[in-house]
Write a protein that binds this ligand. Structure first.
Ligand code: ATP
Ligand code: MG
Length: 158
């Protein structure tokens, strides 16, 4: 369990940027926290850390946004004992279930092509609403809580 407190959206992004380097192929990250807690802000930092240049917008209405991760040459070779698919990240998928009516909606737009799949990192805002899709998946859980003014406490457990 890692716990940090940030004092601005930039600090939350910076945390996301650093956290991104720990992400591996097939990882699923669940972001818990109320409206405005900073979930999407954190995703912006993670995307930047993964080398994504696109503008990250909240998938509140699209439900799922898919970003390609540009390979940044030279890609390091796999470490000893590491499977080749384990170090290559190709896709970031950002899901926001806030407006989701049921899990079927996400299945219909192809979530299973990405969730937990090699080469993909999936981040889910409001994961409480898709517990059925996430069961049997190993997830990294991050909780964001409001403090005073611009303070946010971020708890990371995996
Ligand atoms: N320390 C901080 N970390 C993150 N965001 C902060 C912080 N301080 C202030 N903010 C502001 O709080 C808001 C967080 O909004 P954000 O869209 O990231 O929240 P969210 O958790 O994704 O909300 P929603 O549930 O509506 O998707 C932004 O306006 C951001 O600028
Ligand atoms: Mg959001």
């Amino acid at each position: 369990m890692k716990k940090i407190t940030t004092h601005s959206d930039q600090e939350t992004k910076d945390f996301g940027k650093k956290f991104a380097s720990s992400l591996r192929s097939g990882d699923v990250v669940c972001l818990y926290g109320e409206l405005g807690a900073g979930k999407t802000t954190l995703v912006k930092g993670i995307a930047e850390g993964l080398g994504i240049k696109d503008d990250i917008t909240s998938p509140t209405f699209t439900l799922m946004n898919v970003y390609q991760i540009e390979p940044t040459p030279p890609r390091r070779p796999p470490a000893r004992g590491e499977s080749p698919t384990n170090y290559k990240l190709q896709t970031l998928v950002h899901i926001d279930t806030y407006r989701l009516k049921n899990e079927r909606e996400l299945l219909d737009i192809g979530v299973e092509d990405y969730l937990g799949q090699p080469g993909t990192v999936t981040i889910v805002e409001w994961p409480e609403k898709v517990e059925g899709l996430l069961k049997n998946k190993k997830v990294i859980k991050i909780t964001l809580e409001h403090g005073e003014k611009d303070e946010r406490t971020i708890n990371l457990s995996s």
